[in-house]
Write a protein of this length. Structure first.
Lengths: 665, 597
């Protein structure tokens, strides 16, 4: 009440909350000050090279090893290693693993990365036993898991184990629960690789991660923050930061969970939800969202910084350029224009979308139709890539009408005749695959698509009669096109031009091509193969083994110059330093995703000049997206770097909310 | 409307419809509505139509069709028609999708059944009454009740009129009325989709590959490529000529197989010049050895020297005592002090200094280069140098003997006035100028700088300057008169330029032009492009990618009009077809319909 007299106005809800919190939890009053006073920022010094690690650590990596060891002794018992991508976070963690040498340890990583973890552990360390906890044949008992030094698993498996334990699953009409072996082990250390996977605190993945028991906890991420400051909460919560991730009530009740099983009263103290406050939201998130960089917002930023300085270690490539010996990375935006025909198509789609949009605005239902608007925008982005993505789409018959899908041979890209299917679900002409197998020199030839050893019954009946089987194998957009009369698009031709110019150089330059539309990758693959490029592809549906085989195929064969990767499947955690070019075929709302993609090649081990080329169609929605991306990057800089000036470039709105409200108007 | 009720008489398909079908025009949309008419239209009207006289029907098939549809509602339960409308207009929802899936399955089954039936039909081909036969393309089972008769629905047991769209019940016995057919998910109006077939092999055998260079390899080429494969045993071979040596070097680079062991092949104490095309796998010690084993080197060119660091450059400085030309791609690890030391040692010796990509090359390095080599340097390339800015230009302008200058793709663009000043100082001797990728350069530098001060230029590369305008570039070329024609012009990726610039360019430089790139001059007119061969018959290489007006005729004119031509690039020219002309020795790159086999 004193405060009220002091400021001479009514108190805001947040201020009232704060006062109430301090009244019932006096320890919170001084928490930031104590934090600043009691816990010192660990000044990284160079730790000695661990004996069991076969690779020589760089100076900054030895510093982080020291920091991590100290951090495990401190209050957090872990922390966040947020070095930029490609600085060897994996190696640094391995160094920590072998330096301390206790077991068992759990590594949770994206599906693409677990084989890479396995390979790196085998290549760089001695005497660590590894278990890959993935696939149907995975270990069932927690007891067995305990025996390994390192257990590797994926976020998807973690989520499903957790879900099966908590909610159960249906088997023969009954709900069965299954105890999760991952949650049954008390781990020595849990490491979340690419920890931004748990950025949404309400997802099962995040909850599954919170429930893991361990002595030490680590988050690795090059982009701990992608859209909003709120995303950091999950990471802090995982690390168990007391009191930052707790909910507080106006009584001594304090809980990690929002537990209101009867939806009315708290399970612990019986007070209503309104009496409870999330300390993180109250202290950091809300002020930043409401005020941006002024007043309470600035204070909140300061608090956040105090916390992060003590919890997180982040080095950028520019800071450590001399240690890393990395080439500079140039990002080039290549701007092209529609051909007259494409332009016409695009404009008709655009005016259509615009009309629909203003209808929503007029009737005041804009927010109710958010997903509709999103799909309108997606369609426009697809149109900028290739008209067929809209016109031959399976999912919006309003544009495509009834398209007939034919079976396509993955070798000759023609409509399959006498088609048979391999065990890995790829369809070939009987003749094509016979020839392929006959000319193969290896003992067990690899599948031409996914590069794992192929297994196919050459005498199997042709597929045509059995529609079910055909439907199971993904045909992709090529099956819906008339391959002979097919026309390319400006964007695809721009890519072909770029790649052809590279091919005519005196040395081999390998490239990665990213797109988020799998159908677009189909078209690109078709066009590139017709132009004589040897390519390989990484698709979201591949098993870790197939991915590994494909990546090796690209890295080890000099004639394979182009690697098509779907942005979602391969944007993270891959190491593809044989390539030195990245082509980003379509822009994503969130620039961090693109930086992730570029950093597949801009990392330790790269010795060629690196270029990332964004292909943008100038007279389309894409140029707007690029503008939007620049704003987002500014926000990330503001939070994570020491550069205060970046803050000035932002408005409160930028900090609060994700995609553009209305990029159409 | 009254006349439509309760009459079962049908006529033959109208003359218009059968005419259209002969012409290959689909009457699909109309025939949907026609379905209603079988039950509803009387003879009188049919006669009107076949005579083509009915004034009310002169308005065209679309409107007529709609009229029919309206009438059809009388024959059917009105609810049916409504539901059919709904189905065509409803946007896909999740539920809709599921339904669609089911529908598709049912369709597929129906299709299969229809196929079988058709085969039976084909076998006993007999005379069918033209007037009662179902129209072609719609398969009706041979044992189906006659069209127009009435039957009982197998499902709801209602009486209904059999039409040519009536579907059999599934499971088989009996037939369904329209309402039940709809409900079962099948679309009675759907035409069986023709299964897509692959083209006959004969069509595929068309030769479409135009890049006919190296079709038959010479013996030397074959030997070299085999050599490339077995490069690790190369010591046994002894002497190889220098030209072939270069070819081997290229093949190794392409294979990424140049290593510290086999690179020895290219070393010789008597070497005065050495080129390595991909030195990525040569580590710092290997590059030092290079200097020790080739002490007489005068010219050194290394591409992709990503492992080269200060130590290497220091070593070279000491050991390569006669070096005067250095060409490096990607020496990004070499730091400023090493460059300075190098320049100090190269005092009054360095003639050519060409580097691409260095984020560490700074003002101090440039100053060292200027104080030591300003009088000797004739060729300078500072491409993709991160720290380049306008303030560097006064220093650069002290290199008074420069003939070759390349300041392309800096991290921050240079601007008009300083560049014009630079050209004022250096322009007199320049023969080759490259300022690509300086996005802030505008017309002013072209008119005030290049036009005024560069009398002996033969090669001009100004790619990626989006601020240039058509009028000014045209003015530049038309007023560049005392200057002899240029041989190489690259003004690609400046989307504002078009016909006017091209016309002026051709009339100024056409007679001597050997290489021309006008990539992305998207608006350039067809006539403008046709003029290229008239003016520039000496062309060897041309790139008109993304000039949308390029077509087969332009290609023909160029190929016929320029006898020296070896390469055409036409990426993104979507009017060029597979029929475009071809000629031995001319490789055409970028025709989208082309395949390499």
């Amino acid at each position: 009440m004193k405060l009220r007299q002091k400021v001479g106005r009514k108190l805001t809800w947040a201020e009232k909350n704060t006062i109430a919190l301090y009244a019932y939890h006096p320890e919170l009053q001084t928490v930031w000050g104590d934090l600043e006073k009691d816990i010192e920022i660990i000044k990284p010094k160079e730790a000695p090279q661990p004996a069991k690690l076969k690779v020589t650590l760089l100076p900054f990596q030895r510093e982080s090893l020291f920091w991590m060891q100290k951090q495990e002794e401190g209050v957090w018992k872990g922390g966040m290693l947020a070095d930029e991508m490609g600085m060897g976070k994996t190696i640094q963690q391995l160094a920590l693993l072998v330096a301390t040498g206790r077991k068992p340890n759990l590594v949770v990583a994206p599906t693409v990365a677990i084989m890479q973890w396995k390979n790196e552990i085998e290549a760089h360390t001695e005497g660590l036993t590894v278990n890959v906890f993935h696939g149907n044949a995975r270990e069932k008992s927690a007891k067995e898991l305990k025996k390994f030094d390192v257990v590797l698993t994926t976020y998807a498996v973690l989520e499903s184990c957790f879900r099966k334990q908590q909610k159960g699953f249906k088997r023969k009409g009954q709900i069965v629960t299954e105890t999760s072996p991952l949650h049954g082990v008390h781990w020595n250390r849990v490491i979340l690789d690419e920890a931004h996977n748990i950025k949404e605190r309400t997802t099962n993945t995040a909850k599954g991660a919170f429930e893991l028991e361990s002595d030490y906890k680590w988050c690795l991420s090059g982009t701990p923050l992608q859209n909003r400051v709120g995303e950091l909460y999950s990471l802090v919560r995982f690390l168990g930061g007391d009191p930052f991730s707790y909910y507080f009530c106006i009584c001594p009740c304090k809980s990690l969970h929002w537990a209101f099983s009867d939806k009315r009263t708290c399970d612990d103290c019986g007070h209503s939800p309104m009496q409870h406050t999330c300390f993180w939201n109250n202290e950091i998130l809300t002020p930043i969202q409401k005020h941006g960089m002024t007043g309470p917002g600035q204070l909140a930023f300061k608090k956040l910084k105090i916390l992060l300085d003590r919890m997180m270690l982040r080095r950028t490539k520019i800071e450590r350029a001399d240690d890393l010996g990395l080439p500079p990375r140039t990002v080039i935006v290549r701007r092209d224009y529609f051909s007259p025909e494409e332009k016409e198509l695009y404009l008709s789609l655009f005016s259509d979308a615009k009309r629909q949009f203003s209808t929503y605005v007029d009737s005041g239902t804009l927010l109710n139709n958010y997903s509709n608007i999103f799909s309108l925008l997606t369609r426009m982005r697809q149109m900028a890539c290739h008209p067929d993505l809209v016109l031959k789409s399976k999912s919006n018959p309003t544009f495509s009408g009834d398209v007939v899908e034919a079976t396509i041979c993955r070798l000759c890209h023609d409509i399959a005749e006498d088609a048979i299917k391999s065990k890995c679900h790829h369809i070939f002409d009987r003749e094509c695959i016979k020839q392929y197998l006959n000319t193969a020199v290896e003992q067990s030839p690899a599948c031409p698509v996914c590069h794992i050893p192929i297994s196919i019954d050459l005498e199997a009946p042709a597929l045509e009669q059995d529609e079910e089987v055909v439907n199971k194998a993904r045909q992709g957009i090529l099956g819906r096109l008339d391959v002979d009369a097919w026309r390319s698009s400006s964007k695809i031709e721009a890519l072909v031009e770029e790649l052809s110019n590279l091919r005519s150089q005196d040395s081999t330059v390998k490239s990665l091509v990213f797109s988020q539309f799998v159908n677009f990758l189909d078209l690109i693959a078709f066009r590139l193969q017709r132009a004589g490029f040897v390519i390989c592809r990484l698709e979201g549906t591949m098993s870790p083994q197939a991915r590994d085989a494909t990546i090796k195929h690209f890295m080890n064969n000099v004639e394979v110059t182009v690697f098509l990767v779907s942005l979602k499947a391969g944007g993270v955690a891959l190491n593809l330093t044989e390539a030195s070019r990245v082509y980003l075929m379509d822009s994503w709302w969130n620039p961090a995703v693109e930086f992730q993609a570029m950093d597949r090649i801009h990392r330790l081990g790269q010795h060629r000049p690196v270029q990332a080329i964004k292909l943008v169609v100038e007279d389309s929605i894409e140029s707007r997206i690029v503008q939007l991306q620049e704003k987002k990057s500014a926000m990330v800089d503001a939070t994570l770097s020491r550069d205060e000036s970046a803050m000035g470039r932002l408005t409160a709105e930028d900090l609060g909310c994700a995609p553009a409200r209305a990029p159409l108007i | 409307m009254a006349r439509g009720a309760g009459n079962n008489v049908r006529g033959p398909t109208s003359a218009l419809t059968s005419f259209l079908r002969e012409q290959g025009i689909n009457t699909g949309p109309i025939s949907i509505y026609n379905s209603g008419r079988i039950g509803s239209i009387n003879e009188e009207e049919e006669e009107n139509e076949s005579a083509g006289a009915g004034p009310s029907q002169g308005a065209g098939s679309g409107r007529r069709g709609r009229g029919r549809a309206a009438r059809a509602t009388l024959a059917y339960n009105s609810a049916d028609v409504e539901s059919s409308d709904e189905e065509t207009e409803k946007p896909t929802t999740a539920r809709g999708k599921k339904r669609k899936l089911e529908e598709e399955k049912a369709k597929a089954k129906a299709k299969l059944a229809a196929k079988k039936r058709k085969r039976v039909d084909d076998e006993d081909e007999e005379y069918v009454d033209e007037y009662t036969a179902p129209s072609k393309g719609v398969a009706v089972a041979s044992d189906a009740p006659e069209v127009g008769s009435s039957a009982r629905c197998a499902d709801c047991d209602k009486k209904f009129t059999v039409t040519r769209y009536t579907l059999p019940a599934d499971p088989p016995p009996g037939y369904l009325c329209h309402a039940c057919a709809k409900e079962s998910g099948a679309d009675p109006f759907k035409k069986p989709a023709a299964p897509r077939r692959r083209k006959p092999a004969q069509d595929k055998r068309k030769i479409v590959n135009f890049d006919q260079k190296d079709r038959v390899k010479t013996l030397a080429q074959i030997c070299i490529s085999i050599l490339g494969q077995h490069i690790d045993d190369v010591e046994a071979l002894g002497d190889i000529g220098s030209r072939n040596m270069d070819a081997i070097s290229m093949i190794l680079a392409k294979n990424r197989s140049l290593t510290a062991e086999n690179v020895q092949l290219f070393y010789d104490v008597r070497n005065t010049s050495l080129t390595l095309y991909d030195a990525t796998s040569l580590q710092s010690p290997a590059l030092c050895t290079l200097a020790s084993l080739n002490p007489k080197l005068e010219r050194l060119r290394i591409n992709y020297c990503g492992r080269m660091d200060n130590v290497v450059l220091e070593h070279w400085t000491k050991h390569l005592t006669s070096l005067h030309s250095l060409d490096l791609l990607g020496p990004f690890l070499v730091r400023a002090p090493a460059w300075e030391a190098f320049f100090n040692a190269m005092k009054d010796r360095l003639r050519s200094f060409l580097i691409v990509q260095s984020p560490r090359f700074d003002t101090a390095c440039l100053a060292a280069l200027a104080t030591n080599c300003a009088t000797t340097l004739t060729e300078l390339r500072l491409c993709e140098v991160g720290k380049m800015e306008d303030t560097w230009l006064p220093t650069i302008s002290t290199f008074e003997h420069l003939t070759f200058l390349d300041l392309s793709y800096p991290a921050t663009s240079l601007t008009d006035e300083p560049v014009a000043e630079l050209l004022k100082a250096l322009g007199a001797s320049l023969t080759s100028l490259n300022l690509s990728g300086n996005e802030d350069l505008t017309d002013a530098f072209l008119l005030e700088g290049v036009r005024r001060h560069t009398p002996s230029l033969t090669s001009l590369t100004l790619a990626n300057l989006p601020a240039l305008t058509d009028l000014c570039v045209a003015e530049f070329f038309s007023s560049y008169t005392p200057h002899p024609p240029l041989q190489q012009i690259d003004l690609s990726r400046s989307p504002n330029l078009s016909s006017k610039s091209l016309a002026a360019l051709l009339s100024h430089s056409g007679s001597a032009l050997t290489s021309l790139s006008i990539n992305s001059w998207k608006e350039t007119s067809n006539a403008g492009l046709m003029a290229i061969p008239e003016h520039a018959s000496q062309l060897v290489k041309i790139d008109f990618g993304f000039c949308r007006e390029v077509d087969d005729f332009v290609m023909k004119a160029i190929i016929d009009g320029c006898p020296e031509l070896t390469e055409i690039k036409c990426f993104g020219c979507n009017k060029v077809t597979t029929n475009c002309p071809r000629k031995l020795g001319v490789s055409i790159k970028g025709v989208e319909a082309h395949a390499t086999q």
